[in-house]
Design a binder for this molecule. Structure first.
Ligand SMILES: NC(=O)c1ccc[n+]([C@@H]2O[C@H](COP(=O)([O-])OP(=O)(O)OC[C@H]3O[C@@H](n4cnc5c(N)ncnc54)[C@H](OP(=O)(O)O)[C@@H]3O)[C@@H](O)[C@H]2O)c1
Length: 329
């Protein structure tokens, strides 16, 4: 059966009764009357690219969502999606903030930032979930994390995956490929200003995925009956592998502007990242080498299997985000 995209599931009485968080004097939010119901879902990194779409997808299903945010001010815009979204401040380096955020939580979707200490943060999140008695942890990982020897970005995720697998917690691993939204987050400025984006990936094709489909797949897993997806690892991709030129064509068509992809030598890409720390620069260049060689072109049917909707194409992405790729006025 194919689903209808965007149709929110009904808000069922049990799931929509909200657990309130009360503000305290030191700008923290504390849970009140814990625990009162099942299936409170904590999303960490909730203001980020994946997290904000996931909060949207979960509230559309009428689920009880606790948004773990780095900054309560930034988090306020999540409440505009649904005033019932609970906000809780999380600072990964402060285990106490994790303890508070996880109190009364049944399921956790864990997003770790792309930072030097991502493995440490991931393990800390797993420890905190175990101590809080969380039922299921869904971890945002990356496509190819299981490959050996793989690449550094995958190995960092794999180390946390293995820690989670051995934790005794019920878990599900989501391994998405490169995000379509990277063209906005990382290439948006040059596309808007110059009508060009620069990458050292030649004609390499990548099965980019729209982050909204990662969120839809995660929401399907997090709202499924207990144990339905326990112990599973899902590789999520878009519906087709596309080259930089294909992306440029889709953006040009959607915006009515001439947008082109410029294939640059790796040395130029390294130079552009000269100010970045070595761990970041080298891991990104390694990923782009993999793209160039065509190793990120594999397509899986998993988004459609989990959500009953086909994964969005690059053309759909370009159409939906066309305003954000327009030249500055
Ligand atoms: N981009 C891709 O193509 C791709 C592909 C596959 C997998 N991934 C994986 O996706 C993950 C990143 O997801 P994303 O793109 O949604 O991330 P993102 O947009 O960078 O968001 C990261 C979130 O984490 C929060 N955060 C950062 N430092 C924190 C801290 N110390 N304490 C508490 N919260 C903190 C941020 O809040 P503030 O902004 O307020 O600091 C933000 O909400 C990474 O693990 C990456 O490997 C990415």
């Amino acid at each position: 059966m194919r689903g209808t995209r965007g149709a929110p599931a009904g808000r069922t009485g049990r799931n929509f009764r909200l657990l309130r968080l009360v503000p305290t004097t030191n700008n923290q939010y504390l849970p009140l009357n814990l625990p009162v119901m099942s299936h409170t879902i904590l999303v960490t990194g909730a203001t980020g690219t994946v997290g904000s779409e996931l909060v949207k997808a979960l509230t559309n299903r009428g689920l009880t969502v606790r948004a773990g945010v780095h900054s309560l001010i930034k988090g306020e815009r999540l409440r505009q999606l649904d005033p019932g979204v609970q906000l809780v401040e999380i600072e990964y380096s402060r285990p106490e903030s994790l303890r508070v955020a996880l109190t009364g939580v049944d399921r956790m979707f864990m997003i770790t930032p792309f930072s030097e200490d991502q493995v440490e943060i991931g393990k800390r999140l797993v420890d905190a979930a175990r101590q809080a008695g969380v039922q299921q942890v869904v971890k945002l990982s990356a496509a190819g994390a299981e490959a050996e020897p793989g690449i550094q970005l995958g190995r960092w995720h794999r180390e946390v995956e293995q820690y989670l697998e051995q934790s005794g917690l019920a878990y599900t691993l989501l391994r998405p490929g490169g995000f379509m939204q990277n063209f906005l987050n990382y290439n948006g400025d040059s596309i808007r200003r110059e009508g060009q984006f620069y990458m050292p990936v030649g004609a390499g094709q990548v099965s980019y995925i729209d982050v909204r489909d990662i969120a839809a797949a995660a929401a399907a897993i997090l709202s499924a009956p207990d144990s339905a997806h326990y112990g599973q690892a899902y590789t999520l991709t878009g519906p087709a592998a596309v080259s930089g030129h294909d992306v440029a064509a889709a953006l040009s068509q959607a915006t009515g502007r001439a947008i082109s992809y410029v294939d640059v030598p790796e040395e130029a890409a390294a130079q552009a990242m000269a100010q970045a720390p070595a761990w970041l620069r080298e891991s990104m260049l390694e990923l782009q080498r993999l793209y160039k060689a065509g190793y990120a072109a594999g397509v899986t049917p998993t988004v459609e299997q989990l959500t009953s909707c086909p994964a969005r194409t690059i053309e759909q992405f370009a159409k939906d985000y066309r305003q954000q790729f327009q030249a500055p006025a």
